[in-house]
Write a protein that binds this ligand. Structure first.
Ligand SMILES: Nc1ncnc2c1ncn2[C@@H]1O[C@H](COP(=O)(O)OP(=O)(O)OP(=O)(O)O)[C@@H](O)[C@H]1O
Length: 231
């Protein structure tokens, strides 16, 4: 589904992403791990054509994301609260995002029913603007809105950060069930090795923009990653 080819990004003379060849297959759940500044967000931003690489390309279904918009039809993402419109209430925001996907207000209301548990009573009918929600609750709005288009590819930057433990567990179930029901391909960056090894079937470890490890998760993965990061 995705190919990253000779992809390089440099800031101030320092290479922050340098990936020769990386392939992601349809239906994989990928965990991107690496210490602060490893290049995870920069990689996602190039995948979503929010920034351009200095050289190389990202191919989504064999098409360069910087040269056509086809990938936008099946790709959903939530990287940070910059993806939200903070002067709207969550209801107004969901209705707006729904309208972009030709969903009526009734459709949107119906869609949101499945997120009642995930929202935990904290998102809808609160009479608050998005800007007044906690970061964790803003994450919930962003993730639910991203999934509204029934994507084939989902990109989430540190989705577990700021979520309470109950919602972290619910988010993991949601991602696992979308993989089963919709063969969703998911890329998740995370500093939480527990969650990432639990929900992902493949882990890619970045350090200073380079892929240091790329492996399928098994019962030893968590220990191996903990050992790597405690060196
Ligand atoms: N717009 C920018 N201008 C200059 N340097 C940048 C810019 N964006 C990112 N960087 C640098 O690129 C490097 C990689 O940053 P990036 O945010 O991709 O890392 P990350 O792995 O997502 O880190 P974190 O875990 O802290 O979120 C960092 O050194 C960062 O300071």
């Amino acid at each position: 589904m995705l190919t990253f080819k000779n992809l390089k990004k440099t800031y101030g003379g320092r290479t922050v992403v340098d990936i020769n060849n990386l392939n992601i297959r349809s239906g994989e759940t990928i965990g991107l791990v690496g210490n602060n500044g490893a290049g995870k967000t920069t990689l996602f931003r190039m995948l979503l054509d929010l920034i351009r690489p200095d050289s190389g390309e990202v191919l989504s279904k064999d098409q360069n994301v910087a040269q056509n918009d086809h990938w936008k039809d099946y790709t959903a993402s939530y990287l940070d609260e910059g993806f939200l419109i903070d002067y709207l209430t969550p209801e107004e925001y969901f209705t707006f995002i729904g309208s972009l996907h030709n969903l009526s207000v009734a459709h949107v209301v119906d869609y949101l029913r499945q997120y009642e548990e995930f929202f935990n009573g904290e998102i809808l009918n609160r009479g608050k603007y998005i800007r007044d929600f906690s970061k964790g609750n803003q994450n919930k709005v962003g993730i639910a809105a991203a999934l509204m288009q029934k994507p084939e590819l989902l990109v989430l930057d540190e989705p577990f950060a700021n979520l309470d433990p109950t919602t972290q567990i619910r988010l993991k179930s949601l991602i696992k069930s979308l993989k089963q029901t919709h063969r969703l391909t998911t890329l998740i960056s995370s500093h939480d090795l527990n969650h990432v090894t639990d929900v992902c079937d493949r882990i890619i470890l970045l350090e200073k923009g380079l892929i240091i490890k790329d492996f399928h998760t098994d019962e030893n993965s968590l220990k191996e990653l903990e050992a790597y990061f405690s060196e």
